[in-house]
Design a protein around this ligand. Structure first.
Ligand code: HEM
Length: 185
């Protein structure tokens, strides 16, 4: 006879359904965390998390069939997972894990994993997601290239802000006044 998986020991499909339902009830009631979730309906996100957890603990592999490799850090790059968001996520996950009333060893195993996984997904200390930061950095690189090519580039007032670097339009050229920033050739 084969060993029961941790998925089986934790209660199988009904347990994982309860885990993610209780967790997402918490998310729905937490406006700060809720704001990170792009979809109006949390149902599909709940299903993705449930499939992931089921697969991770030895249950059905539907997550992989539908979504491929989890690549969790990459999949969270569009969201600013700050320490505050991690703590909110963990608060709701703690309530969900507690709701399962698992035997102590299984409870600790599940909780310890959630805690470590959440820590590993923190990707922002300034409230900007890695994707936003990357966009700003490539805007910065474009400014540097334009400056290197001799162009006059002004950084706008929102530099470093969420919308990236503001680049002023080139100065208006006037003929023959000598006031132009560019010499006509
Ligand atoms: C640390 C705090 C966390 C925050 C703020 C966070 C936030 C989010 C957000 C906003 C999404 C997009 C919802 C969707 O459309 O699916 C998401 C997706 C997801 N998260 Fe998290 N998450 C956190 C931690 C975790 C942890 C610890 C795990 C796993 C142990 C996890 C697993 C997932 C999975 C599997 C998805 C769906 C990925 C896919 O698109 O296939 N998240 N998360």
């Amino acid at each position: 006879m084969t060993e029961p998986t941790l998925y089986d020991q934790m209660g199988g499909a009904p347990a994982f359904e309860q885990l993610t339902r209780v967790f997402y009830e918490g998310v729905a009631g937490d406006p700060e965390l809720r704001a990170l979730y792009p979809e109006a309906d949390l149902g599909p996100a709940e299903r993705r998390l449930r499939m992931f957890f089921e697969q991770y603990w030895g249950g059905p592999k539907t997550y992989g069939d539908e979504r491929g490799h989890p690549r969790l850090r990459m999949r969270h790059a569009a969201f600013a997972v700050t320490p505050e968001m991690r703590d909110r996520w963990l608060t709701h996950m703690r309530a969900a894990v507690d709701s399962l009333n698992l035997p102590p060893l299984l409870h600790e195993t599940l909780w310890d994993y959630c805690d470590r996984a959440a820590q590993s997904l923190v990707n922002s200390y300034d409230g900007r997601s890695p994707l936003e930061t990357q966009r700003d950095q490539s805007a910065g690189a474009r400014v540097a290239l334009r400056e290197a090519s001799g162009e006059s580039v002004t950084i706008g007032p929102d530099a470093g802000g969420r919308s990236g670097l503001g680049i002023a339009p080139p100065p208006v050229r006037s003929r023959g006044t000598g006031e132009s920033a560019y010499e006509e050739s």
